[in-house]
Design a protein around this ligand. Sequence first.
Ligand code: 5GP
Length: 178
Amino acid sequence: MVDLKVSKILFTEDEIRKRVKELASRISEDYADKEVVLIGVLKGAVYFLSDLSKNLSIPHMIDFISVSSYKGSQRGTLRLLMDTRIDIKGKDVIIVEDIVDTGLTLKEILKIVQAKEPKSVKVCVVVSKPNRRKVDVRVDYVGFTIPDVWVVGYGLDYDEWGRHFPFIGVLENVDSKT
Ligand code: 5GP
């Protein structure tokens, strides 16, 4: 078992709850009278998607997508592990992600989702690290902006550990570039 040492809590459970409610009310206003499908990116977005969904005041559907990054020479390309089930053609889609770092993952997910011809696609993330961006991706709803650190909790992991922490915190001695 891994004993993760959190050196600093960046956002407490209360702060996250408050921010998710704010995002949910903005989305509820922006999407009034639309056919909304939230697509959560597994596994990191599970906690966020669940809280966001419960706080939306508009009818909506939820679905999931799962991808994994190739390592080595194919780095930067993604393998689709699990596709969405709902037919999103002509619907208003919001991709719900845990974190945008370089933006490469999101860019590929956007391609996969756009190919299904939704009416519109927006992106909602808990955490963004704008200083690390390598590609230009538009993120429409951002919970928190952070510097170049590795964070865990609220769905975010370190080698699959730490997702269940109710806060978002920085790990001791982890280089965010690895
Ligand atoms: P990208 O660089 O493509 O934007 O992000 C790739 C993936 O790296 C994210 O979906 C996330 O799984 C992971 N990632 C990037 N930064 C962090 C971080 O600070 N903490 C955790 N737990 N995952 C991260």
